[in-house]
Design a protein around this ligand. Structure first.
Ligand SMILES: [Zn+2]
Length: 420
């Protein structure tokens, strides 16, 4: 039985509006937004005076184990970053290494208000374990590449799915890594597995100019057109990046209901460019927000990502009134939950899951408070997050993790990195 929790005398971001609230939580869900109903006995009361409750943020694209790569390969060309620095270390990484890296990322995400993440990982047997240990809501996927070992990787993905399919806090997707690592027969095989299991598709798409040029050379069309023709988008798909898109591509993404995980900082750091977010939103594409891995960011902090997501479209389009803070907040919450098919996640409403980040607003950079929602994107930095509930469970209280021994995680991560 989960605790009954009452967050008293507070403010909440609900339905995109800031409202006065008193939030009662029972059995992991929000029972009331306006005070304890009759008969409700709180096991725990949190004083919400001077605080703001926001829906837990949804990091819609990341590789959490890559926390181990934070600041390991900066200021280098993409090919050096990937082939000379990241891949050799990744190949040598043990399941245990990846587990500690993932736990580190979970701590960072919780401390900056993220309650759900969508992960793509290269080693089975640790991502779901780490997310459960931290108490997070996770949508995880074993990265699939079609070269030698493709079937083994699919078998691993299926094994993980079988193992976790009855846990409501863990969902599995199928993750064909990208069109340049999966050939057409392999993508068709993944589509078949998706149809057999009902697993959604998680992939990287149209990330670099090279990917576009190679796709035209090989298939005579753009990556989006290629996957649309192949029929991949007939399954519910989440595509990360989508930096280089034609007008036809954007139309196809909207038409096929493909969700796009925008990763502004990773796209900048890996020198890939800036995704046409304004144009995608105008066309009706469900755009959500992700951090990508800490090797290409170098944080998993969604506040930083929201800030970039607000600023970049204004600079690129030379227009100040595009991609508002309010729409970016929705990208970081509701749109992410929608992309991941998570029901009643991504907003604070009666009957919805109690994924709540409580922020202390008593910070110099948050005074005066002209517009609280805008302040979250333009002024906040995530250090305001004080207490976090996920599915009604307090996973961090007053800055302290309740389920994880933080020092043990830091010590293990430092030990792993010492050998590099
Ligand atoms: Zn990625």
């Amino acid at each position: 039985m989960k605790e009954n929790i009452l967050i008293k005398n507070t403010k909440a971001l609900s339905g995109g509006q800031i409202v006065e609230a008193e939030i009662a939580v029972q059995d992991g869900a929000i029972l009331s937004m306006t005070g304890a109903p009759e008969g409700f006995v709180a096991d725990k009361v949190i004083d919400g005076e001077g605080k703001l409750c926001i829906p837990g943020l949804v990091n819609a694209h990341t590789h959490v184990y890559m926390s181990l790569f934070r600041n390991y390969a900066d200021d280098v060309a993409f090919t050096e970053w990937l082939f000379d620095r990241v891949l050799p270390k990744e190949d040598a990484m043990s399941v245990e290494d990846a587990y500690w890296g993932t736990l580190l990322g979970c701590i960072e995400m919780i401390k900056s208000g993220t309650t759900t993440f969508c992960d793509m990982y290269p080693i089975a047997g640790m991502a779901a374990e780490a997310s459960r240990k931290a108490g997070m809501r996770a949508v995880v996927s074993r990265g699939l590449t079609g070269s030698e070992g493709g079937e083994r990787r699919i078998a691993e993905a299926l094994g993980e799915w079988e193992k976790w399919k009855h846990d409501p806090m863990v969902t599995h997707m199928l993750a064909p890594h990208a069109i340049y690592t999966c050939d057409t027969p392999f993508l068709e095989r993944v589509m078949q597995v998706s149809d057999e299991t009902g697993m959604l598709i998680n992939t990287h798409l149209s990330e670099s100019e090279k990917e576009i040029a190679d796709c035209y050379a090989q298939h005579g069309c753009s990556p989006v057109e290629y996957l649309a023709k192949l029929g991949l988008f007939d399954r519910k798909t989440l595509a990360a990046h989508c930096v280089h898109l034609s007008e036809v591509d954007i139309m196809l993404l909207a038409e096929k209901g493909v969700s796009v995980a925008h990763n502004p900082k990773s796209n900048l750091k890996l020198a890939n460019g800036i995704a046409p977010v304004k144009q995608m939103l105008d066309a009706g594409v469900n755009v959500c927000l992700g951090t990508d891995g800490a090797g290409s960011n170098n944080t998993l902090n969604m506040f930083s990502e929201m800030n970039f997501a607000c600023l970049l479209p204004k600079g690129v389009n030379k227009q100040g009134d595009v991609v508002s803070a309010k729409s970016v907040l929705q990208m970081a919450t509701l749109n992410g939950a929608k992309a991941l098919s998570l029901e009643k996640v991504g907003d604070l409403q009666v009957g919805w899951r109690a994924d709540i980040a409580i922020l202390d607003l008593h910070r110099p950079w948050l005074y005066p408070m002209h517009d609280m929602a805008n302040a979250l994107c333009y002024s906040a930095n995530g250090t305001e997050v004080e207490t976090v509930l996920i599915d009604g469970e307090i996973v961090m209280e007053q800055g302290k993790m309740t389920l994880i021994d933080e020092e043990e995680v830091y010590a293990n991560v430092a030990r792993i990195a010492r050998d590099w």
